[in-house]
Design a protein around this ligand. Structure first.
Ligand code: HEC
Length: 271
């Protein structure tokens, strides 16, 4: 299920980002706070902080369903519901957290403020949140290597200087795809039907058809996406490609999008 109406509404207000990261800090903050207040409360003269810990858990339990829902919506909208290990982990841990916080609220009605059962819940919720943060980081960082990871041929100066009007080989394009795109567009996980891991697959395009129009970069969806002419811009959620990488891809397409054998793509007279 898609939530386009919701994101279109946000876009009409000028907001084009995921929603989950905003809410997640509220929930995480409260879970961490309740754990820390509970720790402080183990010191007898600070025992009244156990009440604070309990209040934080109650608030966390109230916010977590919204945070979870926003995560699901972002996942559907920005990641096309890609069923990868990271998302599996996040969904599992998110469900665990909801269950833990509900348990915490339930137990706090029955058990004393500083009973071991309550403490076990605070600790478990804290560790779950650490795990969620870890996978969240993985999501943001995979495919967001710094521009220095780009260089096409590898050896000296090549990357910096070549790109005036020399020929662009497919291997240079491939190295950009491998470092920035295949985390989401691979054979095993071709989001939007697009597999960028090989020349043939790349030229096959997405579920909407070809994304490379040999000889015609301006009409190629690939170029529109990396320049952000079509939104959302690629690579999704990561820093944009460098100016130089964009130009390299444009020139490669202009030259007929030659494959690993150096032959221009069939039908390259188009345009
Ligand atoms: C984090 C995951 C992710 C990364 C990384 C990523 N993409 Fe995408 N890509 C998507 C999703 C999700 C869509 C569908 C977006 C939409 O239109 O709603 C998409 C759509 C596209 C499309 C549009 C296909 C069409 O026919 O409309 C192109 C082209 C594309 N990506 C190219 C790239 C390129 C090139 C890179 C690397 C520079 C890249 N993507 C990196 C997730 C990703």
């Amino acid at each position: 299920m898609r939530f386009d109406f919701f994101y279109n509404f946000l876009a009409s207000l000028g907001y084009n980002h995921p929603v989950h990261p905003i809410l997640v800090h509220i929930t995480i903050g409260l879970v961490v706070a309740s754990f820390l207040f509970a720790l402080v409360a183990t010191v007898p003269r600070y025992s009244k902080f156990a009440v604070t810990a309990r209040h934080c858990t109650t608030l966390a339990a109230m916010t977590v369903p919204l945070t979870f829902l926003a995560g699901i919506m972002d996942w559907q909208h920005f990641y096309a519901g890609a069923w990868t290990g990271t998302f599996k982990a996040k969904l599992t841990l998110g469900s665990v957290l909801i269950a833990l916080l509900a348990t915490g609220v339930f137990l706090s009605r029955r058990l004393a403020y500083r009973s071991p059962g309550i403490y076990a819940v605070y600790l478990a919720a804290f560790l779950t949140v650490v795990g969620l943060g870890y996978y969240g980081g993985e999501l943001v960082h995979s495919g967001a290597e710094p521009a220095s990871a780009e260089s096409g041929g590898g050896s000296s100066g090549d990357a910096a200087a070549t790109d005036q009007d020399g020929e662009v080989a497919y291997t240079q394009i491939d190295s950009i795809m491998q470092s920035r795109c295949v985390s989401c567009h691979s054979t095993g996980n071709p989001i939007w039907g697009l597999d960028a891991s090989s020349y043939e697959a790349l030229m096959d395009g997405s579920k909407n058809g070809p994304i490379v129009e040999p000889g015609n970069p301006a009409d190629s969806e690939l170029v529109k996406r990396i320049k952000g002419i079509t939104q959302p811009q690629m690579p999704l959620g990561g820093s944009p490609l460098s100016e130089q990488q964009v130009q390299r891809i444009e020139r490669w397409i202009e030259q007929g999008a030659p494959g690993p054998d150096g032959e221009p793509a069939s039908g390259s007279e188009a345009g």
